[in-house]
Design a protein around this ligand. Structure first.
Ligand SMILES: C[S@@+](CC[C@H](N)C(=O)[O-])C[C@H]1O[C@@H](n2cnc3c(N)ncnc32)[C@H](O)[C@@H]1O
Length: 274
């Protein structure tokens, strides 16, 4: 068993599921349920609880990546866990892969990509705004406890950057992703996958056109909707509110430059035409 150490991130969780991110051992914490001394977290196990001075229980957990993404400091729109999961699986990002990501924003997607490539992989991130790069660095360091050795964060405009690397996957989260296709395609190995997220369908359309022009096959765009449900003894129905729209995800596969015919590969999940 792995007890909480001083300085570790802890997700305090009320019995109704409200959460707060704190550090073990640093000061006290107060909320509507009462106060707890965070020194009392040190030495306890995940899943144990503290009692506030008013007698309410707060459970102790390490934040999951999804929990942390909802709590991290942000100055940009971030990619939400539902879309991170799609990037990981539809992008087939594997341990040991080398991934190029741009822009970095607040670093939320960087966290998921670092998890997916694992310690034997590498993440190269490019962000044009130094202040966002600095914030992302901090968010990544807080989550992993240190800056991962396999992460390189470059402050640069990706469209103007001659990148002398070969990567297995490219991930774009840019306002004008089509402008980056030429530069990043020079780094992506043949057979590698490119993923892009855009909030507006016009952006997705532009990126799809550019990808087809640059020799990509199986260019597919989709969006994912996630709806939580209220379920208890008396009711089982959807929540009143949901995050209705985040973005359109485009996935494409790079073909060999020498190919004369761009193969049309059917989306394996599309309905079979009758
Ligand atoms: C929506 S944010 C990315 C959010 C990030 N994926 C996350 O999950 O936190 C878009 C970022 O792209 C950056 N950006 C825009 N144009 C760029 C360019 N040409 N090169 C590099 N970064 C760029 C912006 O500064 C911004 O930080």
């Amino acid at each position: 068993m792995n007890a909480f150490q001083p300085g570790e991130l802890v997700l305090l969780t009320s019995q109704k599921g409200k959460t707060w991110l704190v550090r073990a051992g640093s000061g006290s914490f107060s909320c509507h349920l009462g106060n707890v001394d965070l020194q009392d977290v040190v030495g306890r196990q995940e899943g144990e609880w503290l009692e506030t001075h008013r007698g309410a229980k707060v459970f102790l957990f390490r934040p999951s990546l999804g929990d942390y993404v909802h709590k991290l400091k942000r100055r940009t729109q971030v990619i939400y866990p539902k879309d991170m999961g799609a990037f990981w699986i539809y992008g087939d990002i594997r341990p040991g892969d080398v991934v190029l990501e741009t822009g970095v924003g607040s670093g939320a997607l960087s966290l998921a990509l670092l998890r997916a490539v694992g310690p034997k992989g590498r993440l190269i991130s490019v962000e044009v705004r130094p202040e966002f790069a600095q914030l992302a660095r901090k968010n990544i360091e807080v989550f992993f406890g240190k800056t991962p050795d396999n992460h390189t964060l470059l402050v640069a405009d990706v469209t103007a950057l001659p990148l002398k690397v070969t990567v297995d996957r490219v991930v774009l989260d840019l306002p004008e992703p089509w402008l980056a296709v030429e530069a990043v395609s020079a780094c992506l190995r043949t057979g590698g996958l490119l993923l892009s997220l855009s909030p507006q369908v016009g952006q997705a359309q532009m990126v799809c056109q550019e990808l087809k022009r640059h020799g990509y096959a199986n260019v597919t765009t989709f969006e994912l909707l996630k709806r939580n449900w209220k379920i208890d003894a008396r009711r089982a129905r959807p929540e009143d509110r949901m995050i209705g729209h985040t973005g359109f995800i485009t996935v494409a596969k790079k073909i060999a430059r020498t190919s004369e015919v761009v193969p049309t590969i059917r989306d394996p999940e599309a309905p079979v035409p009758s």
